[in-house]
Design a protein around this ligand. Structure first.
Ligand SMILES: NC(=O)c1ccc[n+]([C@@H]2O[C@H](COP(=O)([O-])OP(=O)(O)OC[C@H]3O[C@@H](n4cnc5c(N)ncnc54)[C@H](O)[C@@H]3O)[C@@H](O)[C@H]2O)c1
Length: 258
């Protein structure tokens, strides 16, 4: 398990789901953790359950002034920031043809502008430390496109692009920037769209991971621990898929031996 003793890590969208899993693993690995979200009651209660030092900060990632106060509160409490996880995200499942500008703007605002502000807000404190690691949570939908997630996928492609540009700009400050591309996070993220999904047809036709065991949020969180820690000191500007081999290629039944 990665060692995060002495690290101070701010995680966005951490009241539940993958962000909460990352917060738990980081706390267990010895880090001081800043849990942030727009779900204040849930986030505050969750932060109190962590095993190590933690605080909760209300933070809408699209709001510049809230970023300023979250960073100030973190520095006041823990004096530094060594790790940042831009995890907050929203899903939209809709064909491009019927997607409204308002829907598109929401997805791009939270997933892209939120990640941009997270990176920008962290540069100063990390430069002051002389070291830092930023992890941006993208998705397999940001590596290979899929119907019904056009805008969401575009936002995650953008997250990967920002990750690489930031890695190039910040490498001289010893700040590493990487992207995690999970296949699975909080299954509840799909809940608002379930009534529009034909699960039978989806399961019959969709590509599948190649490993026998399904991946889950804990796998993406473990990858994030690796990227936050010095175990990954040689990695920056890279995408780390946690997809059980989903995007490795095509499994073709009926071929010799299969
Ligand atoms: N659920 C999946 O299958 C899946 C797959 C791949 C990648 N991801 C990515 O993983 C990340 C975490 O998602 P999750 O699966 O845990 O889903 P989730 O819905 O449980 O978590 C998303 C979190 O972001 C928060 N959030 C939303 N808008 C916000 C805003 N403006 N400011 C701050 N916080 C905000 C929500 O309150 C929530 O706590 C997201 O970036 C998501 O795109 C999820």
């Amino acid at each position: 398990m990665a060692n995060l003793e002495g690290e101070v890590i701010l995680i966005t969208g951490a009241a539940q789901g993958l962000g909460a899993e990352i917060a738990q693993q980081a706390s267990a690995a010895g880090a001081s953790v800043v849990v942030t979200d727009v779900l204040d009651e849930q986030g505050r209660a969750f932060a109190e359950t962590l095993v190590g030092p933690s605080i909760y900060c209300s933070l809408d990632v699209t709001d510049e002034s809230q970023w300023e106060s979250a960073i100030a509160k973190t520095l006041q409490q823990f004096t530094k920031i060594t790790g940042m996880v831009n995890n907050a995200g929203v899903l939209l499942m809709a064909p491009i043809e019927t997607t409204t500008v308002a829907q598109a703007a929401t997805v791009l605002n939270v997933n892209v502008i939120g990640t941009f502000l997270g990176i920008r807000s962290t540069i100063g404190p990390m430069r002051d430390n002389g070291i830092g690691s930023i992890v941006n949570i993208a998705s397999i939908d940001g590596v290979a496109a899929m119907n019904s997630v056009g805008l969401y996928g575009a936002s995650k492609f953008a997250v990967r692009g920002l990750t690489k540009a930031a890695a190039i700009e910040l490498g001289r400050d010893n700040i590493r920037v990487n992207a995690v591309c999970p296949a699975m996070g909080n299954p509840m993220m799909v809940q608002p769209f379930l009534d529009q999904i034909d699960v039978g047809r989806y399961l019959a036709g969709a590509p599948k991971p190649v490993l026998p065991e399904p991946t889950d949020a804990s796998d993406a969180a473990r990858m994030t621990m690796f990227l936050l820690s010095q175990d990954s000191r040689g990695c920056t500007g890279a995408d780390f898929l946690v997809d059980g081999g989903w995007l490795a290629g095509h499994y073709c039944p009926g071929l010799p031996g299969f």
